[in-house]
Every structure is written in C-alpha cells, then in structure tokens.
Ligand binder design. Sequence first.
Ligand code: SF4
Length: 279
Amino acid sequence: MTGLGERVRTAIDAQVIGPRVWLYANYHCNLTCSYCLTESSPRAPRRELAHDLMVAVAVEARELGFRRLGLTGGEVFMRPDIVETIAALARILPIVVLTNGTLFTPRLRKRLRPLAGRDVALQISLDSAEPETNDAARGPGNYRRVVAAIPRLVADGHDVRIATTLDRRDDAALERLCTLHRSLGVTDDRHIVRAVVRRGRADEQGVGVPVDHAALFPEPTVTAEGVFWSPFGATVRGGLMDTDLRVSATILPLADPIASLLDHADARPGGNDGLIGIR
Ligand code: SF4
C-alpha cells in the first residue's frame, strides 16, 4: 500500500473521511424539483463524465483504499450508456445509484436485471406519503410513477432504498411515509431521511440548512468540473458551478485531489459525522 493509501485507510477507519467516492455522471434531469441543489432540468448543461473517466476514477479510488462508490446527477438514467457504466463500476467497488425513480420503463428494467443480486443499490427519492405534498416539490405525477416503480424494482430483485428530503420535519407525516415504504417492500434500514440543503434552487428560495466545510462530512466527489469536498458541494447557482467546496479543478490522478482533501479533513475532529449525509 502506498503512503497515501495508508493515510486514506487510516482516515476512513477514524471516520475523518467517508469510505465512498461519488461520481456526478451528469447534471441534466427530466424533473425540475423546487429544492434541487444542482439546478437540474431537461435544459440544464449536461456536464457529463465520460464512461472511461468514471471507470478510471473508480479503479484509482479502489487502489487508494476507498471501499464504495456513489453515482448521482442530475438523473443518471437520462444517459443511454449508464447501465453499462453501472455494471463496469460495480465490478470495481460496491455502488449506490441515486435516481428520481421516474424512468424505469419495462425496457430499462430488463437492461438492469443482470445487476440484481450484485452489489448495486438503487436509491429512489420519495418525500411524502401524500401525493400532493410530494408532487408540490418534485412535479406533477411524480408520486404515482415512483410508487409504481419501487415494488417492480424490488420484485426484480434489486436492493432498493428510499431517500426523503424534508424542509420541515413532521413526525406524523414521516410515520405515514414509513408505513408506505414498508408496504412497497422497502425496510426501515433502507430509508434515508435528510434535510434540504440550502444550495442551488433551495438557496434561491431561502429554504434548507446552510452548509460549509464544517457541516459536511468529507466524501470525495468527482464532477466534470473537478473534485469536491462532498456531493452537497458540487452544486449549481445561476447556471454556474459553485466552487467554495471544490478541492481541485483536475481529476486524475485522483491521488492529488485526495491528498488535498485529506489535508483539510485532518483539521476536523475525528468521528465527527457532519450534519448532513445521503449515505
Ligand atoms: S432534485 Fe434530483 S430529481 Fe429533482 S431536479 Fe434535481 S436532480 Fe432531478
């Protein structure tokens, strides 16, 4: 193991940094959610990471001692090549794929079926058990499509998780949502709840929790515009990438941005799991 690899392993074990490297596959999306951190929409600049680059990042991440991958966007299933990319990445490290859950046509589900039983989790956004509340932020018809897709993906044998983003915590509403996800075949340990983060469109609207280096657990995040401190740092405002949480404008060799991130992370108290996480 290299000196840097030893440093990464020690930092992960001490919870100074996360064990996962995130990849922003693209920034465009079929939805236009009101709190979107990345100002994603069908017309947003794509900012795609090439397949080969994502594979190269994953290989080096594994060599450096990282233990998992995360794939996010935008909506990753907007990319015609993404199933092949997920399959390639899953051969390198276990992966969680974040998706809005609205594009799972029978054709896409058929292409995804070989990934069932592999170390691939599909993490689908669903914010409320009430369609009106969910769709107010995520768009008309979103609830109907997501609630239809989840049990189909579970039946296909996938590891399905649900991610809920809340502006205000309401325990009774959350319990109704938990009853719903259990009925769809998703257990409590597969349900992630987090606060809206005040970046991107959420910042424009003045909602959510402000974040900075101190509030965010460091998880290296690779985008077409460089490497960031956290997936919550690689955000867009006014059409431009935010750079306050960017670690490096270059990506490869990954060792360089990882060394910079570790230098910053070492200044944080060990075991501090930050305020916000999407793991
Ligand atoms: S929050 Fe997710 S699903 Fe909604 S517009 Fe942004 S990237 Fe798309």
